[in-house]
Design a protein around this ligand. Sequence first.
Ligand code: NDP
Length: 264
Amino acid sequence: MSFQLKGMKAVVTGGSSGIGLATVELLVAEGAYVAWCGRHEERLDASKALILERYPNAQVFTQTCNVLDKSDVEHFAQQVEAHFGGIDILINNAGQGRVSNFDNTEDQAWLDEVELKYFSVLNPIKACLPALKRSTCASITNVNSLLALQPEPHMIATSAARAALLNLTHSLAHEFTQYQIRVNSILLGMVESEQWRRRFAARSDQTQSWETWIGKIAQERGIPMARLGKPEEPARALVFLASPLASYTTGSTLDVSGGFNKHL
Ligand code: NDP
């Protein structure tokens, strides 16, 4: 069964690595026109080159853009419309987590985290909304974390901000039914990505290999499936929710955590 995405126009924020890049690749493989952004030109160009090497006929567009900069995002959305003639799918993926507990989270860090989790979603939604309203098959899918429902003390600010994003996603799902725009999210556990590569680079025992290091994390954290996820695993969940296959699904969350989810 195909995702029925041929010719649909998709935007993925933070598409230059990790989950975002895996999502871009799957959308391209399914025949969608795909635009993506990131802050760093070099990484963005490298991701575009990789996609075009694997899919030489892909219809793609990239532009550097910080999702927290409203005018940057508006310009990006305008350029996507100019290139593709519309937007059907918005996947809000750009961002990162903050590892800190109550004692070492300064006021500014709380504000930064709230800004990132709110506006990395609000800015692209506002900028893409006019185009999404014109689409006959529109969807918005937010990348969120299981932390929204299952907070962790060592990621206290991220957990609280993730809960707010889940709440916001639910409100928007209801609000946007009037425009026939579906709004859903995925709740991630731990997934191998550049974020984890950065933490690996800063590991205390520099003799540990990547496999040993992530294996140990999975074991210590008690992930039932005994491993971290691969970026293509959340990508498949994102693409399903964004696709016409999920045409009667809005306001829902899909758990992608290898069984780490302990709530009912
Ligand atoms: P990566 O670091 O591999 O990818 C993050 C992507 O977002 C990059 O393309 C990065 O490019 C881009 N990005 C980051 N900040 C901005 C910004 N302000 N504006 C535009 N682009 C931005 O990480 P992941 O794949 O892990 O992260 C994807 C999403 O999944 C994030 O929202 C993250 O918080 C979430 N998540 C991931 C988990 C995991 O275990 N991997 C767990 C829970 C949630 P650049 O740096 O060039 O801007």
